[in-house]
Design a protein around this ligand. Sequence first.
Ligand SMILES: C[S@@+](CC[C@H](N)C(=O)[O-])C[C@H]1O[C@@H](n2cnc3c(N)ncnc32)[C@H](O)[C@@H]1O
Length: 267
Amino acid sequence: MLSYQHGFHAGNQADVHKHCLLLGLLSLIAKKARPITYIESHAGRGLYDLAGEQAQKTGEWRSGIGAIYEQAGLPTPLARYRDVVARWNRGEAILQYPGSPCIAGGALRKRDKLVLFEQHGTEFQALETAMTNHYRHAEAIRGDGYDGMFDVFSDHDPRHRLIAMIDPSYELKEDFTRAPTFAERLVALVPDALVMLWYPVLSRDEIGLEHAVPAPQSGSFHSIIRFPQHREGHRMVGSGMVIYGDISENRRPLKVLDRALQAHFAV
Ligand SMILES: C[S@@+](CC[C@H](N)C(=O)[O-])C[C@H]1O[C@@H](n2cnc3c(N)ncnc32)[C@H](O)[C@@H]1O
């Protein structure tokens, strides 16, 4: 039985990296007329309570969203992300944090679809409630996200552009090899799809995904940021995101976003 719960980590530095890129990519693709189907294999609970026990216990969000929430003069792509989080808090002190399903729900249009897989019972129930309350065009499904995502890719409406997010907890070591192989399989199946894969950059003595990810194929995109350990002994020292598929038409704005993130985390 897996025990990972994202509530301990929501809004941390890795989430800032992941969710800025997600918002940036979806905003670019949503400028096109073609409808989008957005699929998440590991959706989490959708909305997180930063005043709750889990977030308070680790305090990880303070060096993530907490550090930029009130910051003046943010570069535009980071300010857009901060404004999304601010809307979830009515512009007041930050109490709740939108996970990737809510970030995506806000960036997409009514004609787009969201299909969200989550395996953990309690997390799924929270996800379903968040989607029912905020994004009625989203479908939350309890079950294995690898199988579910593959089924969506195998039998999708070809009028829709598929954008996927794979964001495992990496509690299972096999995710370090399974997730990138799976992402490559998806873009081989649907060549105009874009598949985002997040992974933790681990301290030097540990083997993380950066060793397993093959040199990005032509067209794909790879962003890695490094940050100070949140606390002594914390294994994660950075965050990585690969976007599989052909992003050549959006490479320039994604590079601008990547540079803004690099500069933010270098401070
Ligand atoms: C890192 S969290 C997701 C965070 C979320 N994507 C976000 O950014 O807001 C990973 C989630 O995957 C779920 N999970 C683990 N294995 C899964 C599987 N095989 N299929 C679907 N969900 C799974 C966990 O319960 C956990 O909620």
